[in-house]
Design a protein around this ligand. Structure first.
Ligand code: 13P
Ligand code: SF4
Length: 328
C-alpha cells in the first residue's frame, strides 16, 4: 500500500465518496473547503503530500499522493520529483524525507508532531551504549532524531527490522530505542539483541488480556498487532507486522472480522478500501499523528511552513545509516 490514485481532478462529491463509509455526511462540510484548497495548492506549488497510514481518512484518502508505512514513505520520498513535499506524519518522517531528497522543500504542518520513541533517546545515550558494548553494531529504528541516526550504523523500520539485524552477519546487535520491537524481533532470530527502554506511548498500553476479551466476545476474530506492542500482546495475536504488512494481510486474506492492535485511523483507512471486513475496537489514538489536519496542511502550503532543515554536521552520517537500510 504505497501509493493512492491522485485525487487532483475529482469534483467535491467524488472526493466525499472516497470517505463516505467512515465520515458521516454532516461532517464532510468541515473538510470539503480545505481538501479542495489543498488540491489546488498542490498544483500551484508543484507539491505532493506523503501521508502515513495513521493519518485521518480525509487526509489519507482525499489529499495524499503517496500513503504507506515508514519504510514506503522513505523510499517514495527519495523518488519525488515535485518541488515540495508535505509530510503528513510525524517529525522524524519529515526529517527522513529531507535527508533522502535534500534538494526539495520538505514541510511538516505542525512541528510539535513528535514521537515518544524519538524522545526516549539522545545521541549521547547511543555513544554510552557503544562504550558499554564495544564493537557491537547499532541498529536504530527510524523513529529517532537525525542526531541519533548519525550515531548509528544502520537504521531499520518495523517492516524490515529482522532482515536488517540478520543482514549484518554478527552474533549480537544493539537495537534502539524500542524495547518491545527489539524483544519481538529477538523472538524471531538467533541474533542476540541488546535493547533500550524506549516505548511507543500508543502501543505500550495494549494488553494480552484485551485480546482474550475480544476473542471471547467475537469468536473467530483475527487479531493483528503492530510489533511496537509488548511481546505478550504480539504472541497472543494471529499476525504481527508493520502498518503496511497489517494492511496487506487484510487485503490478501479478507478476514470477515479483525481487531487491529494499533492506531485507530488504520482501521478507518482500511475499512474504506475493504468494505467486506468488519473492524472491532480496541485501538488507541496517537496524539502526535493527530496534530496533522487538513487545515494545517493547507496552511503549510499557503505559508510555506514549517520548513524542515537538517544540521549539516549530522546529515551525511544520518543519511548513510538510512541508505544502508534501504540497500538491504
Ligand atoms: P510503521 O513503519 O509500521 O508504519 O510504523 C510507524 C509508527 O510510528 C508506528 O507507531
Ligand atoms: Fe511514535 Fe507511537 Fe505515535 Fe508511532 S504511534 S508516531 S511510534 S508515538
Amino acid at each position: 500500500m504505497a501509493s493512492f490514485a491522485s485525487a487532483e481532478r475529482l469534483p467535491a462529491a467524488d472526493l466525499y465518496a472516497r470517505v463516505s463509509r467512515v465520515i458521516p455526511p454532516f461532517e464532510w462540510p468541515v473538510f470539503a473547503e480545505d481538501a479542495e484548497a489543498i488540491l489546488r495548492l498542490k498544483r500551484e506549488r508543484n507539491a505532493v503530500v506523503l501521508a502515513h497510514n495513521y493519518q485521518t481518512p480525509e487526509i489519507f484518502n482525499c489529499v495524499a499522493d503517496i500513503v504507506g508505512d515508514s519504510l514506503a514513505l522513505a523510499r517514495k520520498a527519495m523518488e519525488v520529483e515535485a518541488e515540495v513535499i508535505v509530510l503528513a506524519g510525524v517529525h522524524f518522517m519529515a526529517e527522513t524525507a529531507k535527508l533522502l531528497n535534500p534538494s526539495k522543500t520538505v514541510l511538516i504542518p505542525d512541528v510539535a508532531a513528535g514521537c515518544s520513541l524519538a524522545d526516549s533517546i539522545t545521541a549521547e545515550d547511543v555513544r554510552l551504549m557503544r562504550r558499554r558494548h564495544p564493537g557491537v553494531p547499532v541498529v536504530t529504528y527510524v523513529n529517532t532524531s537525525v542526531a541519533v541516526k548519525a550515531e548509528s550504523d544502520i537504521c531499520c523500520t518495523s517492516g524490515n527490522a529482522k532482515r536488517v539485524v540478520e543482514a549484518l552477519g554478527v552474533p549480537r546487535v544493539i537495537m534502539l530505542p524500542d524495547e518491545y520491537l527489539a524483544r519481538n524481533i529477538a523472538a524471531e532470530t538467533d541474533v542476540e539483541i541488546i535493547a533500550w527502554e524506549g516505548h511507543c506511548e500508543v502501543h505500550e498500553t495494549f494488553r494480552a488480556a484485551d485480546i482474550a476479551e475480544v476473542r471471547e466476545a467475537h469468536p473467530g476474530v483475527t487479531v493483528l498487532a503492530h510489533p511496537e506492542c509488548p511481546p505478550d500482546v504480539v504472541a497472543a495475536a494471529d499476525f504481527s507486522g508493520s502498518t503496511a504488512a497489517l494492511s496487506d494481510y487484510i487485503a490478501g486474506r479478507q478476514p470477515p472480522r479483525v481487531v487491529l492492535m494499533t492506531e485507530c485511523s488504520m482501521s478507518d483507512n482500511i475499512a474504506v478500501q475493504h468494505p467486506a471486513v468488519e473492524f472491532i475496537r480496541p485501538c488507541n489514538l496517537c496524539p502526535h499523528m493527530k496534530r496533522i489536519t487538513l487545515a494545517n496542511i493547507r496552511a503549510s502550503l499557503e505559508e510555506n511552513r514549517h520548513v524542515v532543515t537538517i544540521d549539516p554536521a549530522m546529515a551525511d552520517r544520518a543519511r548513510l545509516a538510512v541508505e544502508r537500510m534501504l540497500a538491504i
